[in-house]
Write a protein that binds this ligand. Sequence first.
Ligand SMILES: [Zn+2]
Length: 287
Amino acid sequence: MSEENLTLVKCKVCGKKFNGESWQTYCKDCYKKKKRSEFEEVCEEILNKKTIEKSFISALKKNPISENMSLKEKRNTIIEAFCTAVGKYEYDGEAFLDPIDWDIRDKTIEKLIEKISDRLPGIPIIRYNKEVGREILIKPREQILKEAIATGEAIKVRYYGGTTPGEERELIVREIISDKHVKCFCLRSNLEKTYFLNKMEIDGMSDDDIIDKSSSKKKNTSINKPALTKAALIIWLIILIPISISGLITPIGFLIEGKIGEFIFGSIFEALIIFAIWKIIKKLRKK
Ligand SMILES: [Zn+2]
């Protein structure tokens, strides 16, 4: 392309003027966006075609994934089967070479795998993770937790509850208590706590596992803090209330007997006890 052929063209969509050929109607950015949305439409169509499901399965059966393959090899095998399946539909394969479309293609493959998983069980969902710079296996959150229990290795978790919502922490998973709660040992606080499953974001977990990012601090403090604090506070109350009652009676006796010094000392002591009781009741009411 020589410089002479280029003229100032106005983009049909955003109105930005750019140096291009006279026949061009979109600027670079708008062209990319247009291609992307076109590609998204194509992928939507692909997902609705039963014939593509069938040829995807038969392509994977012809060229199966074996256990000793690396994650990268497994992923490439799946992509290849997908391209073969779509190719039968005479789809312009070029779009699959365009890096801007890789995300959409991979998401389409993931959705397709979910659709056919009952007919071809055990087919993994593998995603290229840009941050890590390599392929990672996508699994349901519960599966990751079960494996962590089995290995005893700590996992990195972003937890959207507790006192510091959204903070990353390392946890050793102990036990899945219910379909909502999991017991873990937190390496940061050195405490065993109960966590809400739906507030846990784990590396490599499936997007289908919903994360509740709203911080419900009140609900979480009672479950994350050890139950001991509440029990300890009640015990303190049981100890302090009788002391405060006797402390109320004794100074009166001192006053009657005219022992002013003892009376003042006893009153200050009593005030301190009542203050402590008041503080404890206030804390207990918050829980
Ligand atoms: Zn534009």
